[in-house]
Ligand binder design. Structure first.
Ligand SMILES: Nc1ncnc2c1ncn2[C@@H]1O[C@H](COP(=O)(O)OP(=O)(O)O)[C@@H](O)[C@H]1O
Ligand SMILES: [Mg+2]
Length: 245
């Protein structure tokens, strides 16, 4: 995706560290991570399992706060926010897509999407949900429960749920990790085409351990053992259609 990248920063991380205590052992999941992401960038965060990718995305997505350092997202200081403030921010401003879909099992595809819009206290939730479900090609599955959908279909619902919120920031944690290759490509295509949000450029972060997926990004940030080991712009991102892995 060739992006109109301007100077408007949407994510500012300064010296982020995250430690988990497991019994007597301190796990340093993130160590002094600093970077800025601008509006409209399509970023891939690339690293092997255990390198801190999910921990990092959780700091940006207001799921957790760092042990040290400063986090600012969309102009909000999340550094020391309490759980309630984090949840409110996340509900309004973050479209999150997970490896294991995280759909509510007792709600249908349509209801899963509708519920996310209702939580934002926006109007015409069902109508909007129908529109977006159609955009992801699932209009014939609206009344199915997650257990009645394939992995790829469930991930489409999860993408519809994130898009329906009309947020400027989409975070995807290993979104193709559970899917076969062809379904994975379709999911990446949907994510790339989500870059436009009512004429405004969305910012999209995709976390993966798959180096091939990095080829679709405007910029690739590599993590290793909790540290950023490189942060490189990609002059010629390719279309997901051209990916092979
Ligand atoms: N809630 C937690 N409690 C303790 N250790 C954790 C927790 N979450 C992650 N870790 C540890 O932090 C490191 C980074 O994990 P994670 O961010 O999940 O990496 P990745 O997503 O790249 O696989 C790993 O060593 C992992 O075991
Ligand atoms: Mg992870």
């Amino acid at each position: 995706m060739s992006g109109i990248i301007d100077d408007h920063s949407v994510i500012n991380l300064e010296g982020i560290s995250k430690n988990y205590k497991v019994g007597d052992i301190d796990v340093n999941a993130l160590i002094d991570v600093t970077f800025t992401i601008n509006q409209g960038e399509l970023i891939v965060i690339l690293g092997p399992s255990g390198s801190g990718k999910t921990t990092l995305l959780n700091m940006i997505g207001a799921i957790d706060i760092p042990s040290k350092g400063h986090v600012e997202v969309l102009g909000y200081n999340l550094t020391k926010a309490n759980r309630h403030a984090l949840a409110a921010f996340r509900r309004q401003h973050i479209g999150f897509i997970f490896q294991f879909f995280n759909l509510l099992p007792t709600l249908t595809a349509l209801e899963n999407v509708e519920y996310a819009i209702l939580l934002q206290k926006k109007k015409n939730a069902q109508e909007k949900a129908r529109e977006v479900i159609k955009e992801v090609g699932l209009d014939e599955r609206v009344n199915h429960f997650p257990s009645e959908l394939s992995g790829g279909e469930q991930q489409r619902v999860a993408i519809a749920r994130a898009l329906a919120k009309q947020t400027d920031l989409i975070l995807a944690d290993e979104p193709t990790g559970e899917l076969d290759y062809e379904t994975g490509i379709q999911i990446l295509k949907l994510l790339v085409s989500a870059a436009i949000n009512e004429n405004k450029k969305r910012t999209i972060l995709i976390v993966t351990h798959n180096a091939d997926i990095a080829k679709i990004a405007d910029r690739v940030i590599r993590l290793r053992s909790g540290k950023v080991i490189s942060d490189i712009k990609n002059p010629s991102p390719i279309d997901p259609e051209e990916l092979r892995w």
